[in-house]
Design a binder for this molecule. Structure first.
Ligand code: CDP
Length: 227
């Protein structure tokens, strides 16, 4: 039996999962699964192929054939589709919205399940997403649900986009986050919700250092891993 440890971090858009999981993976020297990137690439691939996001059969075919890889570079992990670097293309708000549309199809989620599980190897995996602790890795030793108010998350997303030189306005980002929340929380399969055995962290009034400390204390308590 594998001794690999899974740290599942789920939560809505802009809660800070990306920053937390990157740090955890780096400090622990674990692999990182950015499951959202898989749905983002799928949405991008569907649009690029000229297919309709509402056509579930076409989307699932695309999901089964998706030629996706992650590559570690000096400035972080890059995402490749058919060998082409699409990291920048998939980080737009439109790509996030398209991801959330393709991610709502049960058949698409099923098609991508095994691919996500294959990321697990020793010593462990930090998995970032919406259903890491509930569906993909239900036996994860550590489950964290990172949340924050929609306003705080929109604000963080605006700062993040601005730091990448992208112009955006708060109201449209907030509206987009709320729409995505509704779709992610209400879909019939793998809806966004905390696992019964997850630690819920509301980061609305916390900075990343405080979130990191709370998460690492919990990981130590559950696994004995030291930081
Ligand atoms: O970075 P952000 O939290 O905005 O989004 P993301 O993690 O890249 O995920 C983009 C979209 O993919 C989400 O809004 C979800 O609809 C979907 N997703 C999902 O359904 N299941 C996952 N495990 C990860 C993402």
């Amino acid at each position: 039996m594998s001794e690999a440890i899974v740290i599942a971090v789920d939560g809505p858009a802009g809660a800070g999962k990306g920053e937390l999981t990157r740090r955890l993976a780096e400090v622990l020297d674990f692999d990182l699964l950015d499951s959202g990137a898989i749905y983002r690439v799928l949405g991008y691939a569907v649009r690029k192929a000229g297919l309709a996001l509402f056509d579930e059969d076409s989307v699932v075919q695309e999901a089964k054939l998706l030629n996706l890889s992650f590559e570690c570079m000096d400035d972080g992990v890059h995402v490749l589709l058919n060998g082409e670097d699409v990291s920048k293309d998939i980080r737009t708000e439109e790509a996030g919205n398209n991801a959330s549309k393709v991610a709502a199809y049960p058949s698409v989620r099923q098609a991508l399940l095994q691919r996500q599980r294959e990321f697990l190897k020793e010593p462990g995996l930090v998995a970032d997403g919406r259903d890491m602790g509930t569906v993909v890795f239900p036996k994860a030793q550590v489950k964290i649900f990172l949340d924050a108010s929609a306003e705080v998350r929109a604000n963080r997303r605006v700062l993040q986009l601005q730091s990448k030189g992208k112009s955006c306005d708060f109201d449209s980002v907030l509206q987009e986050i709320k729409e995505r929340d509704v779709r992610d929380r209400n879909r019939p399969v793998a809806p966004l919700k905390p696992a019964d055995d997850a630690l819920i962290i509301d980061s609305s009034d916390m900075n990343i250092e405080e979130v990191f400390k709370m998460a690492t204390d919990y990981i130590t308590q559950k696994t004995g891993l030291k930081f």
